[in-house]
Design a binder for this molecule. Structure first.
Ligand SMILES: Cc1ncc(COP(=O)(O)O)c(C=O)c1O
Length: 363
């Protein structure tokens, strides 16, 4: 079976984890946590990076620290992983969904303004499957309406928009290091920001909101959202390889593109002008003229030893987020979209096998 993704742990992960164990620094204080945060901020081009226990807690921490709370509304793309909206609900706020843009599969900037009300406090943009959002119009709207911007970059480490890395545009950028992400720490997350005050607040809230000057004194409700030194040790080793991982993803995408563009009825993944897609997932749309439904394609590929994933369901269809409004583009993308094997350890032979399987089921 060719898997959708497998983590690549061939660097110094074991050496650094062993160092943690031998030195007994296994909890959330230790040199690897600091080093991982510094390396990650440098990679994104931001002043600060704060690690967290996973991408979801990182999102929650960012929202709470930006004072998102009850009665607030937060704009969220309709097509994303559920965690992007769940973090809004954790704050007691209401996610307001915006349809996707057919050209990027990300939030459609031209549909944001019509969803802004006097309660809107923030926009969460998601750089879905590794493609950056169209940040110029988004930041313009945010400035105009005085909204905070949180970039959910859980799937897009190193993606660039006009030569600037994602996670460096908004008030905060959020990353995930789950096992299938571009780099992994098993579970883990990171928040990037240029705002020193926000960074200090996030550090405080991440650690039970303990007073810096008075131990066991807590002025506000805090959380334990810390990453461990062992996880960070894996992260430091992964950061030493991240450029190679991204190159591998882009090389794989180029090979997929060159082989799959010969097949009618497939739409290949976008890379908009000025954007550097990191292809966290190499994804295609099975168009109606392919001659077979997306789910049938997935089943046929499975029979041929190829693992795939469907696109996320549009959030407005999920029971907890049911909305009456229509979201034609995200609904269409969700129905047609499929993630193909996309791991950094894929070989050229694997990719050729996937594409040959596609050609054979088309016949
Ligand atoms: C877009 C998006 N946001 C948030 C998350 C949550 O990250 P985590 O699984 O690390 O909590 C994920 C992935 O899992 C994701 O894909």
């Amino acid at each position: 079976m060719i898997p959708v993704s497998t983590p690549c742990l061939n660097g110094k992960e074991l050496e650094y984890v062993t160092d943690c164990i031998k030195s007994s620094w296994i909890s959330s204080i230790g040199k690897y946590v600091t080093q991982f945060e510094e390396n990650f901020a440098g990679f994104c081009g931001t002043a600060h990076a704060i690690s967290a226990s996973n991408g979801t807690t990182a999102l929650h921490l960012a929202l709470v620290s930006l004072d998102i709370g009850e009665a607030d509304e937060v704009i969220v793309p309709d097509l994303t992983f559920v965690a992007s909206a769940n973090a809004v609900l954790y704050c007691g706020a209401r996610p307001v969904f915006v349809d996707a843009d057919e050209k990027t599969w990300n939030i459609d900037p031209s549909k944001i303004e019509e969803n802004i009300t006097e309660r809107t406090k923030a926009i969460i943009v998601v750089h879905l499957y590794g493609h950056p959002c169209d940040m110029d119009p988004i930041m313009k709207i945010a400035r105009q309406y005085n909204l905070k911007v949180i970039e959910d970059a859980a799937e897009a480490h190193g993606a660039e928009y006009n030569l600037k890395r994602v996670g460096s545009f908004g008030d905060a950028g959020v990353f995930s290091f789950y096992g299938n992400k571009i780099i992994t720490t098993g579970e883990g997350g990171m928040i990037t920001t240029n705002n020193t005050e926000l960074m200090n607040k996030m550090r405080m809230l991440r650690d039970h909101a303990m007073s810096k000057t008075k131990r066991y004194w807590h002025d506000v409700l805090g959380y334990n959202y810390r990453l461990t030194n062992i996880q960070a040790a894996i992260g430091v080793a992964q950061m030493e390889q991240i450029d190679g991982f991204i190159e591998a993803k882009r090389r794989n995408a180029a090979l997929y593109n060159s082989l799959l563009n010969k097949i009618d009825g497939l739409t290949l993944p976008p890379e908009a002008n000025g954007c550097r897609n990191v292809y966290w997932m190499y994804s295609v749309l099975i168009e109606d003229d392919f001659g077979m439904s997306r789910d049938d394609v997935m089943a046929r590929l499975q029979e041929k030893g190829i693992d795939t994933r469907p696109f996320f369901y549009p959030l407005h269809q999920l029971p907890i987020y049911r909305r009456d409004a229509v979201y034609p583009v995200s609904t269409m993308l969700s129905r047609k979209g499929i993630n193909l094997p996309s791991g950094t350890t894929l070989t050229e032979t694997d990719i050729r096998k996937v594409c040959e399987a596609f050609m054979s089921i088309k016949k």
